[in-house]
Structure formats: structure tokens, C-alpha cells
Design a protein around this ligand. Sequence first.
Ligand code: SIN
Ligand code: FE2
Length: 217
Amino acid sequence: MAAPLFEDDSKHAYPRDYLGPGTAILEGFALQYEAFIQNALLEIAGQSPFRHMTTPGGFRMSVAMTNCGALGWVTDRKGYRYDSLDPDTGSPWPAMPALFLKLAQRSASEAGFPEFVPEGCLINRYEPGAKLSLHQDKDELDFTAPIVSVSFGLPAMFLFGGDQRSDKTVRIPVVHGDVLVWGGPARMRYHGVMPLKNGVHPLFGGHRYNLTFRKAR
Ligand code: SIN
Ligand code: FE2
């Protein structure tokens, strides 16, 4: 019998709830999607290019971003929010490919959130030196849904903290194909990414890509 095309190939080296209740580290869970994702990112960026957005405080983000799906996360001098239109093109964000949704739903189920229906996928592109300061994902209207975060390309050091900015953080190395999920009691945990180190990934070159799936409304 032929092997199923998309079977669960997660190595599960970390026990469920390793980072606390409502969390999961799914090592290699997205690996089987790598070729599809690589092509999809080229198509998405062809429609809605990566750009360095500005924070409300006026700082240029070192991470370049775009979105797919019905709602995209944006930031500018007016604040952080979700928008159905790409402010750079004036058009709707590219549609979320069905396999993105499938990957997000399978990941969430694996972490104990079987009902997850994200309508937005923020796509982050890190170049060497790019980082994401400790923050909470709190621009969504619905905190009952988890955050699903998928990493491709160069490895990075993910920081996972507590509900307070001052809480101690744990460092989790994330590599190509890894998925992190946090929801329920972990939904408001602070998190961030340390400055990306130089490197060359065989598929994704000198970048790290991160897909975060959110239920925004
Ligand atoms: C995010 O918090 O939006 C992205 C995290 C990551 O790039 O791993
Ligand atoms: Fe985040």
C-alpha cells in the first residue's frame, strides 16, 4: 500500500505541555509541506510583497512581513490591527492556500485545539540580525483560539515567557519544519525571537520564514 501523502511525521521529542498547559512543540511537523510552502510563498509575495512595517512608535521593524487569508496583521503610525486589504496594494490579501489551513488545523489539533479555524496567516521573513522583541499576540478579538507558529528556513532561537513581560523566558531552538502552538491558559504568554544568525538554508537561502496562523475575530 502506498504511504499516505501527508502523514504525521512529527518526532515528538518534547512531551505535550513542555512549556506549560496549552503549549506544544511539534518538531518537524511541517517538513512534508516544505516544497508546497516554498512555492506558495513565492506566489503570495508576488501579489503582496514583503515589507518592513512601522510600529506605532515610529520604528521600522527588522522582520519583513506579508499576509495571506481574509485578514492580515498590519502596523503603522496609527497602531496594530487586522485589515482585509493590503495597505501597500489596496487589494485583498492573497487567499490562504488550502494546505496552509490544513497544516494549521492539524497542528492545533495535535496540541488539543481541534476546532481551530484561522482566517489570517502572518508571514514573517527574517534576514540575519532581524529579531522580534518580546510581545503578546493581543490584537485578535478571540483569545479562545490558539496561535500556531510554523518555521521554515534558517534556524532561530525562540523565546517563550510568561503572562508578564518581566517573567523569565525559556529559549527554544526552532528549525526548519518545526511548529509551536500556544493557546488556552498559554494564549497570552509573552514570546519573541532572538536576532537571526547568518546562514544558508538549502531551500530558503539566507532567510527564516515564520507563518503564524491566528483567529483574528
Ligand atoms: C510572531 O510572534 O509573530 C512570530 C514568531 C516567530 O517568528 O517565530
Ligand atoms: Fe507573536
